[in-house]
Design a binder for this molecule. Sequence first.
Ligand SMILES: Nc1ncnc2c1ncn2[C@@H]1O[C@H](COP(=O)(O)OP(=O)(O)OP(=O)(O)O)[C@@H](O)[C@H]1O
Length: 265
Amino acid sequence: MYPMIKIEGVRHAYKTPSGPLPVLDGLELSLNEGGFVAVVGPSGCGKSTLTKLVSGLMKPDEGKVMLHGEVVTGPRNTVGMAFQNPVMLEWRTILQNVMLPLEIVPNKLTKAEREDRARHLLALVGLTGFEDKRPSELSGGMRQRASLCRALVHKPEVLILDEPFGALDAFTREDLWQTMHKVKENEPFTGILITHDLREAIFLADQVIVLSGRPARTQYVLDVPDTGPRDLDHLYTPEAAEMLAVLRHQIEIAQGRASAEEVAE
Ligand SMILES: Nc1ncnc2c1ncn2[C@@H]1O[C@H](COP(=O)(O)OP(=O)(O)OP(=O)(O)O)[C@@H](O)[C@H]1O
């Protein structure tokens, strides 16, 4: 069986007026269906570029990006995306914003079925009663919940989350982490999460990939043990502290502030 996402030997440089800017240099990733990987690394190392390659918005100079064994050659509507600043259409209600992908991606649902699906997702993230509000009437955390629903409404094969909780306060962020677990239980997806938050990475993902500094390669892979349902208290266990320490060291290496030998000591 093919992995859901497979990235092999990907190299990419942006063309800039001052010459090529190498961004990815030997990226490897393999993720089975239902897996959830978090990608961390120094600022500007190429994390968002990776998401553009997976969604087919860009093609790599070298190497392959495959979904279910099929090489990605162009934009895919089987990928759902949510970003740090969700762009919502102010002239549409929250329900209408969530239904938007179903108007774009071909599907056989009737209008009533589309609406049911959107309402079901909004209920799952705790937004029942806000369906008819406009985006500006919602808090940042609520907009992010709605954006998650919009990213999932067409049942994408892959969900890409590019720092979706980065702009939220700590309490709202932790609330949303718990919502994410609930969503994944009810609406299974294969996910890539880009984040700067190591606690978020180990709380949500089952694998954390550390990218090196630019041009990025896969520097380190941490498997987060499956210990059953996770709650926030998990983040304060000795096992979590150890994982966070390992990841912090790896980030320091990626930033050029520690050597691999120092870490091995
Ligand atoms: N279209 C583009 N043309 C030229 N350079 C680009 C382009 N897009 C991104 N870059 C540059 O490529 C590098 C990697 O960008 P990318 O957005 O993938 O990094 P990132 O790891 O997601 O960054 P951050 O952690 O700050 O969000 C950066 O130096 C960025 O300035």
